[in-house]
Design a protein around this ligand. Structure first.
Ligand code: C5P
Length: 222
């Protein structure tokens, strides 16, 4: 059997990372969370006190940091220059400015090269915004996840609660909508369904159900 590459794209909080992680587990594949890479880059820029609107300074900074994804005790963690930053990268503050940083072509160039390198042996499930369109245009299976804005906001609120962060549902809805708008309208690799991607609406599906559906699609390709 061949080890395929599976691209999972979709808007914010559509369930990509949970689905991709469980699917990778089921297949014995590597899971690559590209959003975590953009998040770690954003955290690093913030910490360095760089003006996020200074594109050149941001790009220069991102060229000189090391981001890696490693499994620790069976859980995938995100490292920035060897520091585990997994808990620091999923905050409302990062969500607010990440779309600015990820819109810079120089930033994308650096991270996309790393993502392609990670996928080159196959046997990967990669999630993000531009995986099927730009990062892995030859992926054997491409999935585009969607869900209603209400359901996505509800799921994100639960995620945040688990981290001890309380946020109003309306505010979350606004943040998600704003991020989707920026991610979809940027010039460089915008959030967009690839022509050959299969779309899955997860609004009324459980995580288990959505993983099972994509798993079956994957088996057709293996
Ligand atoms: O998937 P997640 O919500 O963690 O992604 C955070 C942000 O990172 C997105 O809103 C987007 O701005 C950026 N991103 C991107 N391209 C990817 C993955 C994430 O631009 N492949």
């Amino acid at each position: 059997t061949q080890k395929i590459r599976i691209a999972i794209d979709g808007p914010a909080a559509s369930g990509k990372s949970t689905t991709a992680r469980l699917l990778a587990q089921k297949l014995g594949y590597l899971y690559i969370d590209t959003g975590a890479m953009y998040r770690a880059a954003t955290l690093s820029v913030l910490r360095a006190g760089i003006d996020v609107h200074d594109e050149q300074a941001v790009v220069d900074h991102v060229r000189n940091i090391k981001i890696s994804l490693k499994i620790v005790d069976g859980i995938q963690r995100t490292f920035l220059n060897d520091e585990d930053v997994s808990d620091q990268i999923r905050t409302p503050q990062i969500n607010q400015i990440i779309s600015v940083i990820s819109s810079y072509p120089g930033v994308r160039e650096v991270l996309i090269e790393q993502q392609r390198e990670l996928a080159k042996e196959g046997g990967v499930v990669m999630d993000g915004r531009d995986i099927g369109t730009v990062v892995l245009p030859d992926a054997e299976l491409k999935v585009f996840l969607v869900a209603s804005i209400k359901e996505r906001a509800r799921r994100r609120q639960l995620d945040l609660e688990r981290q001890g962060i309380k946020m109003d549902l309306k505010a979350i809805e606004q943040e998600i909508k704003q991020r989707d708008k920026l991610d979809s309208s940027r010039a460089q690799s915008p959030l967009k369904k690839a022509d050959d991607a299969r779309e899955l609406d997860t609004t009324n599906l459980t995580i288990k159900e959505q993983v099972e559906i994509i798993y079956r699609w994957a088996l057709e390709k293996i």
